[in-house]
Design a protein around this ligand. Structure first.
Ligand SMILES: Nc1ncnc2c1ncn2[C@@H]1O[C@H](COP(=O)(O)OP(=O)(O)O)[C@@H](O)[C@H]1O
Ligand SMILES: [Mg+2]
Length: 330
């Protein structure tokens, strides 16, 4: 990445304070400092992860990046344009550059709208002709085109998240922001939605900002990761650096306490995980990746069986990461 490139997202000294209502007449209102002095550049094409425990300020930071909330102080630029001092009304252009996917697709898809209308909404808002775009987008996210005339409740959680991704892609954004996009999904469909995000980020040349409290999920899709704690970024590094040689005690603690994706998917034993970590450290990334893919597939099959066909369609599990990344997924 060249030094002179304009960052996709640039934050300088960003703070966000919330005032809590007073609990007594004499008391002063409590102030929650949700985001503290965050400075960060995310380059075009980067897949940037933000991890941290619940309440650490991840969503608040994303909302500010997306122009849905304004910082108390500090500056935010998207593709070189300031957004920190603009009202939502003045940020319509931003929706064409930056789109969001949220945790709960049921909450973010209007239940009264047909899928066709849901996907067309951002197109209409931007005055973009819809043409054949809705069918193309549905196919792109692995849905059949007859989904267009149905309603959100007629789909499984994983399918609804696919629809959310289609809607986000509709205005051809440059930046995709995802806030815990798989956290509300059944374990058995998480890998599928992660793979979809992986694919569209590649296929549409997107910059990705991906938030999760789950480090294993972030590792799966991101190439650089920031760790947030109590509103502050305590560590930023490449995924490899951060997972294999965490510098900050808090990152080490987080890593030690979080089950890895493969474990979540396949119920791998601690011994298996430890062996895989050793293999990864020894640099046998490709082998590890193949193992993890196999385990994930196994786990998903087991889960699908255990769920007794509980409404989740069997979709393909794919772990087709690019070989040149040489990273490990786990
Ligand atoms: N609109 C709000 N009003 C008051 N406090 C808020 C608001 N939004 C978030 N907070 C507080 O800011 C902190 C960070 O929240 P959030 O960004 O949602 O964290 P995360 O997404 O990491 O779970 C929490 O203490 C939360 O209670
Ligand atoms: Mg959140």
């Amino acid at each position: 990445m060249s030094e002179t490139q304009t960052p996709a997202i640039s934050l300088r000294g960003v703070n966000r304070e919330f005032r809590r209502p007073r609990t007594s007449l004499t008391g002063t209102p409590a102030v929650v400092h949700a985001v503290r002095d965050v400075s960060l550049d995310i380059q075009p094409g980067e897949r940037f992860g933000l991890v941290g425990e619940s309440g650490s300020g991840k969503s608040t930071l994303l909302k500010m990046i997306s122009g849905l909330d304004r910082p108390t102080s500090g500056e935010i630029h998207i593709e070189g344009q300031p957004i920190h001092d603009r009202s939502v009304r003045k940020l319509r252009w931003l929706r064409r550059r930056l789109q969001l996917v949220f945790q709960d697709p049921m909450g973010s898809l209007d239940p009264r709208m047909r899928i066709r209308e849901i996907i067309a909404e951002p197109l209409a808002a931007q005055g973009i002709p819809r043409g054949d775009k809705i069918n193309e987008l549905l196919e792109r996210v692995g849905m059949s085109t007859d989904a267009a005339r149905r309603f959100p409740h007629q789909f499984s959680g994983g399918q609804r998240q696919r629809i959310s991704v289609a809607r986000a892609l509709a205005p051809d954004p440059h930046i995709l922001v995802a806030d815990e996009p798989v956290s509300a999904l059944d374990v058995s469909v998480r890998a599928q939605v992660l793979n979809l995000i992986d694919e569209v980020v590649d296929g549409f040349d997107l910059t990705l900002v991906f938030v999760s409290h789950d480090l294993s999920v972030v590792r799966h899709v991101c190439d650089r990761v920031a760790v947030m704690r109590a509103g502050e970024i305590v560590e930023v590094g490449t995924t490899e650096q951060l997972y294999e040689d965490p510098q900050h005690a808090y990152t080490q603690q987080l890593l030690a306490s979080v089950p890895r994706l493969s474990e979540a998917l396949a119920g791998a034993s601690a011994a298996q995980l430890a062996a895989r970590t050793r293999a990864a450290l020894a640099g046998s990334g490709a082998q590890d990746e193949a193992d993890v893919a196999a385990l994930a597939e196994e786990g998903a099959r087991a889960d699908a069986g255990a769920a007794g066909g509980g409404g989740v369609p069997a979709e393909d599990i794919r772990h087709d990461r690019h070989e040149d990344e040489g990273g490990t997924i786990g």
